[in-house]
Design a protein around this ligand. Structure first.
Ligand code: DX5
Ligand code: ZN
Length: 221
């Protein structure tokens, strides 16, 4: 099964964002995770459309946009127009999951459905045939740098069993070289990490995370 690293720029230095993306490209990263927060669905505010369009101009990496916003149907088209390749919204944030998936697909992007740690796996089950990715949050959404919630692994395993080998199952929150293997063993194959990548030397951190995830052999270091 393919394994993907998607570093979250929530922990990036925004005054040096272009250079930091170059560092990720240099060590072979293929996805960038972009956390959009509205101060309503989650208490925190982050950034929005201009960051997506600026990144689209400087990189061909997959732009993996994680919308932590209330009523995401209001903004899906605009994020895709700005350059998002994958748009993930929260099941808890909308009254019409089908409508959101429909808008994303009609506009040519891939659709991800996210669930917070307290949301049961069966919320996702009716949509398995329509989505490209499930995001199982391993922290309460809203902030970088929180502790990994190991109890989410049971949900990841169950969803892997139900969704099959081809589904992308993303994990997001509290992931570091010390624990990255745990969600992978539970069935995750898209790994988001913010502080573990951006705090310190980005290239070294990414290589260390990739090595601990089993993506890089000793000789490639
Ligand atoms: C949290 C965000 C995460 C966050 C992860 O709500 O969805 O993507 O940036 O940060 P770390 O890896 O530091 O927990
Ligand atoms: Zn995220």
């Amino acid at each position: 099964m393919e394994l993907i690293l998607s570093p979250s720029i929530l922990s990036a230095d925004f005054a040096a964002l272009g250079k930091q993306i170059e560092s990720l490209e240099k060590v072979g990263v293929e996805w960038i995770h972009i956390d959009v927060m509205d101060g309503m669905f989650v208490p925190n505010l982050s950034f929005g459309l201009p960051i997506v369009s600026s990144l689209r101009r400087i990189t061909s990496l997959v732009l993996d946009v994680h919308l932590m916003i209330h009523a995401p149907e209001r903004y899906l088209t605009r994020f895709i127009d700005a350059g998002a390749d994958m748009v993930t919204f929260h099941a808890e944030a909308t009254d019409d999951i089908d409508k959101c998936i429909g808008i994303i697909k009609e506009n040519g992007a891939k659709a991800g459905l996210a669930i917070s740690p307290g949301t049961p796996y069966d919320v996702v089950v009716p949509y398995l045939d329509k989505i490209d990715m499930i995001l199982c949050m391993t922290v309460e959404p809203g902030y970088g740098g929180q502790a990994y919630m190991k109890e989410v692994e049971a949900k990841i395993s169950k969803l892997r069993e139900l969704a099959g080998e081809d589904m992308l199952i993303q994990v997001d929150g509290g992931i570091s070289p010390d624990n990255v293997i745990e969600p992978i063993e539970a069935g995750a194959n898209v790994i988001v990490a913010g502080s573990a990548v951006f705090n310190g030397d980005i290239e070294e951190n990414t290589k260390e995370l990739a090595k601990c995830a089993g993506l890089l052999s000793e000789t490639e270091e």
